[in-house]
Design a protein around this ligand. Structure first.
Ligand code: PXG
Length: 463
């Protein structure tokens, strides 16, 4: 008998859910009327709902299930660890084997001299750690005024008040008193929407140079760090033009500003290397990790910092930590996840096989009349929907209206593809096969056809 299998009718579950469960990033009233989709189980790249539908999850949950669903090895490791040491903390000069081994493994995998890990329960917590860490670092170096962190509009770095402030989502800043002081945002390198008449290369350079202007404006004695995702994920899989990152790196190096690469999505194989920083040739001082670290089987995140940062922080007691920092069960599961990624050569599977295959199929979507550009790095991709690709025109409806219609058509065609505004995005499990990619593309094309039919009927597009 499987105690976890669902035995309730969907309607009943939806009513009970609406009565007591507050959902993240959801209009609760709308959900109450419509009823939530109930996911009951999952395997490989597929999730199953309470109506028995098999849905291809092209988002790997929330960008996290890198090794795919249903790997029992992780369950077995979790059970074993819970029996042996279900919990102990690493405060007050104690430690345990899973924390030791995971920190050591991450130091081995991380590039450059990123050799020290501070664990958290999530990406948001890790970025909160980073805020305190970089400010404390400069204070210890006798520069307490170096407390500003520069980030980017439309970045996503988490939902806590610190990490949400680092993020550049205006809809989030509208609620709850964000951003906190000393966080500034520059423009994102989103050429499709914001590049105007400039070439992508010139635009990329101009966006990077905004960082320099901001540093000069605020004063280098005030700026502690710049934080960015190697490829913006939740912002719509925005891939910067090739000119962007080399210039950002030059500026950070030139002014001695710490560079924080938020690898929460890009890490652990997503871009075809262990870290997005390697794919994009970035040399960060700190990397934020979460999601693919455990493939979402356990909540865990962290900050991997350089030898230099660790040596400065070590001079003093860092008054920071979470009850679940380096949780032994989460750490043991993360280790098993990393073992699977390594032993099964999942990153090789990505870089040699499925990423090139997905790239070709994904870029083929540009032949659809509704699709303007298709962007892809490794296993994260986006398409821009447009009524006129020649002039990169937006729809006359509010941004997101068309994306939402397309997302609904994807669901109806048993494909989970998200929308961000009028961009559609994917980030499938890294273990996806070529035939599953074919299925993904077939369903995406069908959803695009149905979306276009609706748009033509609603006068939002003409053929
Ligand atoms: N950094 C990045 C780059 C992320 O994408 C976080 C930090 C925060 O991690 P936690 O574990 O605290 O959620 C994220 C999370 C979406 C979506 O709608 C994206 C995320 C989370 C929830 C929804 O695309 N990314």
């Amino acid at each position: 008998m499987n105690l976890l299998s669902n035995k309730f009718p969907t309607k009943e579950l939806q009513m009970r859910d609406a009565a007591h469960h507050m959902h993240p990033f959801t209009s609760q009233a709308e959900l109450g009327e419509k009823g939530a989709r109930v996911i009951t189980h999952a395997n490989g790249v597929f999730v199953y709902d309470s109506e028995g539908e098999e849905i291809l999850d092209a988002m790997a949950g929330l960008w996290c299930v890198n090794i795919g669903y249903g790997r029992h090895e992780l369950a077995e490791v979790a059970a074993r660890q819970m029996k042996e040491l279900s919990y102990y903390n690493t405060f007050f000069q104690t430690t345990h084997v899973p924390a030791i081994e995971l920190a050591e493994k991450l130091a081995e995998l991380a590039p450059y001299d990123l050799n020290h890990v501070f664990f958290a329960g999530s990406g948001s917590e890790a970025n909160d750690t980073n805020i305190r860490l970089v400010r404390h670092y400069w204070a210890l170096k006798g520069k307490p005024n170096k407390s500003v962190i520069i980030s980017r509009k439309n970045a996503y770095h988490g939902s806590s008040i610190g990490s949400g402030s680092l993020g550049g989502m205006s809809a989030m800043h509208d609620q709850g008193g964000m951003p906190i002081p000393d966080i500034y945002h520059i423009n994102q390198p989103n050429w499709w929407s914001e590049g105007g008449e400039m070439s992508p290369e010139d635009f990329g350079l101009a966006c990077a140079q905004e960082l320099e202007e901001k540093i000069k404006f605020l004063g280098v004695d005030r700026v502690a760090a710049f934080i960015a995702e190697p490829v913006q994920g939740a912002g719509g899989v925005i891939v910067a033009p090739d000119t962007y990152w080399p210039e950002v790196q030059r500026i950070c190096d030139n002014y001695g500003i710490l560079l924080i690469a938020d690898e929460v999505i890009c890490g652990f194989g997503r871009t075809g290397n262990w870290f997005g920083s390697q794919t994009l040739n970035i040399k960060p001082d700190i990397m934020t990790i979460a999601k693919g670290l455990s493939s979402g089987y356990q909540p865990i995140g962290g900050s991997i910092v350089s030898d230099e940062i660790e040596s400065v922080i070590a001079q003093d007691e860092f008054n920071h930590g979470y009850t679940y920092s380096s949780h032994p069960v989460a750490a043991a599961v993360a280790l098993e996840n990393l073992r699977i990624i390594e032993d099964e050569n999942i990153i090789g599977h990505v870089s040699n096989n499925v990423a090139p295959y997905l790239k070709e199929s994904w870029q083929g979507l540009c032949e659809h009349p509704l699709v303007g550009e298709a962007k892809i790095v490794g296993m994260m991709g986006s398409i821009a929907l447009t009524p006129n690709k020649e002039i990169r025109a937006p729809f006359k409806s509010d941004a997101g209206t068309v994306g939402y219609i397309c997302r609904e058509r994807c669901f109806a065609n048993k494909l989970i593809m998200r929308h961000v505004g009028d961009r559609m995005i994917i980030s499938p499990p890294l273990v996806i096969t070529e035939s599953e990619i074919d299925l993904l593309i077939r369903r995406a094309n069908k959803a695009l056809d149905e979306t276009m039919e609706k748009l033509v009927n609603q006068g939002l597009m003409s053929l």
